[in-house]
Design a protein around this ligand. Structure first.
Ligand SMILES: [Ca+2]
Ligand SMILES: [Ca+2]
Length: 312
């Protein structure tokens, strides 16, 4: 295996990539003001959520069908992702700081309803299934598990399936992941054109779309620390990169399956796609269309996953 050539192409969080994009060193400033603003936003959001719960409006809007949540046998929360739809996967050439592998934009069908982890798989959930915790960041049971390879994630899924709890589990396909991350949006992020430190955990010295800079936290945070998207999914942008099932093909989507299934046959199986960016990524890497990849045996402190479940 040629690790060097791999490093040369993987990009979204490597220093070389950062240097290539922008020679300036940004100064972190206004961080306490930023934290106050984030706290105020969080409080406002909790009030809105509480009001929705009291009024019972959480499930009434079909565009927000993420209101439907089930728990599996280990207490993992699964959000219903509506099927029978198609969406435009990939980014248009006009999207700022995109990479060529995000196109061409094409229609992809998501035929069946599926359930997706409301959060990244947590350290506590991993430990419950696997009996150990490989994470690099310690003393945070509700933080996402990281330091897990694609192969490790498959092992977790195998053990979870062996519990026979009414769902059959797997990694999301790349197409399912992007559909879930967009949650109906066609902007760079599910929240719009900008990515600021109040929106996700990333290296917010390098925000996107003209958003204010903030303090770089330099670690994972407990899942659900930021606002969910319209499907009710948390941390699709940032915190940890998320493995998906697909083999990465640098040439992009031409000739790839358009029925929502994973690409498991084209390209080099030693390149598996990761999505969504992580705590050490620049804002650009968190875009819904962005694609990264790693060797399926690589373990990284910035990488975890979430699962998809199909009702049996
Ligand atoms: Ca994530
Ligand atoms: Ca990329």
């Amino acid at each position: 295996m040629d690790l060097n050539s791999q490093t040369a192409y993987v990009s979204d969080n490597e220093p070389a990539w950062k240097d290539g994009q922008d020679g300036r060193i940004y100064k972190v400033n206004g961080s306490s003001r930023m934290i106050k603003a984030a706290t105020a936003l969080t409080i406002a959001f909790v009030i809105v959520l509480a009001a929705q719960m009291v009024l019972g409006q959480g499930d009434s809007d079909p565009a927000h069908s993420g209101g439907t949540v089930k728990k599996n046998s280990i207490g993992m929360e699964l959000v219903k992702i509506p099927g029978s739809r198609s969406y435009k996967m990939g980014s248009p050439a006009s999207e700022d700081l995109r990479d060529a592998d995000e196109g061409p934009v094409r229609n992809v069908s998501i035929s069946n309803d599926l359930w997706m982890g409301k959060y990244e798989v947590t350290q506590a959930e991993w430990e419950k299934v696997m009996g150990s915790n490989p994470s690099g960041f310690r003393d945070c049971a509700r933080c996402p598990v990281e330091n897990v390879s694609w192969d490790d994630a498959q092992e977790f899924i195998k053990k979870l399936n062996a519990r026979n709890d009414g769902f059959s589990y797997r990694l999301p396909s790349e197409a399912e992941w992007e559909f879930a991350a967009r949650a109906g949006s066609s902007t760079p992020f599910s929240i719009g054109e900008k990515m600021s430190p109040a929106d996700a955990n990333f290296d917010s010295r390098y925000p996107y779309g003209g958003a204010d800079k903030g303090q770089y936290i330099v670690k994972t945070e407990p899942v659900g620390s930021y606002k969910p998207n319209a499907f009710g999914l948390y941390d699709m942008h940032g915190n940890v990169w998320e493995w998906v099932e697909d083999i990465y093909v640098r040439a992009g989507y031409a000739g790839m399956p358009a029925d929502g299934s994973a690409n498991s046959s084209n390209g080099d199986p030693n390149k598996r796609v990761r999505r969504g960016g992580g705590w050490d990524s620049w804002g650009k890497a968190l875009r819904s269309a962005n694609r990264g990849w790693k060797n399926p045996r690589d373990r990284n402190k910035n990488g975890g996953f979430r699962i998809v479940a199909i009702e049996k």
